[in-house]
Design a protein. Structure first.
Length: 102
């Protein structure tokens, strides 16, 4: 009985962890929280693929600049030295306010 209960709790916890990792990132607050949890140096271009890309410029001082529209109307800006490298700047622009995350 104890083994069955332990197994049930283990399975329940694994489903809970899977649901937490698949949480949608859709707003400025979500992005900030995600970056804090993942770590600034671990953020990758693929983490934000689901967003609508507003701008993709490849030849700005040998850098890649992607601008994404978040669901709350703010813009997420990732800048880096190509898609094979992690972004070196992460900014969110919300109207007049700019948040520098990396």
């Amino acid at each position: 009985m104890k083994k069955a209960l332990f197994l049930f709790i283990l399975i329940l916890l694994s489903f809970n962890m899977a649901a937490c990792t698949n949480k949608q990132i859709s707003t400025t607050e979500d992005v900030i929280k995600f970056i804090e949890e993942k770590g600034k140096d671990n953020v990758d271009w693929k983490d934000f693929e689901r967003f609508e890309r507003l701008k993709d410029e490849e030849q700005i001082y040998d850098s890649v600049v992607n601008v994404y529209k978040l669901d709350d109307g703010s813009k997420l800006i990732l800048t880096g030295n190509g898609y094979e490298n992690k972004p070196f700047h992460i900014n969110i622009v919300d109207g007049e306010k700019e948040i520098n995350l990396k």
